[in-house]
Design a protein around this ligand. Structure first.
Ligand SMILES: NC(=O)c1ccc[n+]([C@@H]2O[C@H](COP(=O)([O-])OP(=O)(O)OC[C@H]3O[C@@H](n4cnc5c(N)ncnc54)[C@H](OP(=O)(O)O)[C@@H]3O)[C@@H](O)[C@H]2O)c1
Length: 276
């Protein structure tokens, strides 16, 4: 039976708006790299956005769900707080359509280790390590059982190149990179199609350095600064290729390739010189 095109359109719209999309859960989605992930994934994914600043998440969810007809859920939580973390891991683990977990939430601090507030360092370890550990454990078994999906852990070039005043940040980011490599080996061993990625950006425009009160031009030349969108593009392109470690930007890839070839003593002397 012939139906005029116009009569089909409402049905097509209804199907588009109710069809289930794969779900991506993003920590630290209120700003910077996490926000850029949310914007990039919104056309193709439903989203679970996690961060402390509820009002920013609400505005983002309203914008993305209107623009892309994606289902966007926000979960306001401080992932350094045990109760909040338990609530979030339980919620994320209960999502049958989850295909992508992005462990992105993080912050920096500066200062010689013994002069830095211990509570701040402790929070950094809880956010960069404990929250990632618990969230990954909550979802990975189900992803492996479904034999699909991916986890992106946002580390940093600081995982491979330290500077003075950054001991805990570099150490937690090294843990993230090493942990992700270990997960990759487990998944290969289990012959799973699930993939993991350690995303290791260099200096990126975001709220990160504003929170530290740092002037960008005093940290690095403009040519070394990346946009959050470029970092996300490199990550998702790497994910499509199944790339374990993604370092956005050829300058950073070149720098890390050179550093990795140096004897440890020389590498540490260069790091000390760069810290002056
Ligand atoms: N920017 C850089 O130069 C750079 C370079 C390499 C790696 N990275 C890494 O990239 C990741 C994203 O940082 P960014 O550059 O996008 O900085 P950003 O703009 O400051 O974003 C950080 C995100 O983490 C969230 N967050 C911080 N503490 C949290 C907590 N206790 N609980 C829940 N969420 C928390 C923040 O949300 P709320 O404040 O709303 O909670 C925010 O959404 C971090 O892991 C960072 O280490 C950044």
């Amino acid at each position: 039976m012939f139906r005029p095109l116009g009569s089909l359109l409402p049905l097509q719209w209804l199907m588009a708006s109710t069809a289930t999309k794969p779900l991506a859960a993003i920590t630290g989605a209120s700003s910077g790299i996490g926000l850029a992930f949310a914007k990039k994934l919104a056309p193709t994914h439903d989203l679970l956005l996690i961060a402390r600043r509820r009002e920013l998440l609400e505005a983002l969810a309203a914008d993305l769900s209107t623009r892309h007809r994606s289902h966007v859920t926000i979960l306001a939580a401080d992932l350094t707080e045990a109760d909040d973390l338990t609530r979030i891991t339980t919620r994320v683990a209960a999502q049958p359509s989850l295909e992508l977990l992005i462990n992105n939430a993080g912050f920096g601090n500066r200062g010689l280790f013994w002069q830095t507030d211990l509570d701040t360092i402790d929070k950094m370890h809880r956010l960069h390590i404990n929250a990632v550990l618990r969230l990954t454990h909550a979802v990975l078994g189900a992803l492996v059982a479904r034999n699909r999906g991916a986890i992106i852990n946002v580390a940093s070039v600081a995982a491979f190149a330290q500077r003075a005043g950054n001991a805990s940040y570099g150490a937690t980011k090294s843990w993230l990179a090493t942990f992700t490599e270990g997960l990759h080996l487990d998944l290969v061993h289990a012959r799973s199609a699930v993939t993991v990625q350690a995303l290791c950006p260099g200096y990126t425009y975001s709220g990160f350095h504003d929170l530290l009160g740092e002037k960008r031009q005093s940290l690095a030349p403009r040519s070394l600064w990346l946009t959050a969108e470029a970092v996300v593009d490199a990550s998702l392109q790497g994910l499509a290729r199944g790339q374990l470690v993604v370092v956005p930007g050829w300058r950073y890839r070149w720098l890390l390739a050179v550093l990795s070839k140096l004897p440890l003593g020389l590498k540490v002397r260069l790091e000390a010189a760069a810290s002056r």
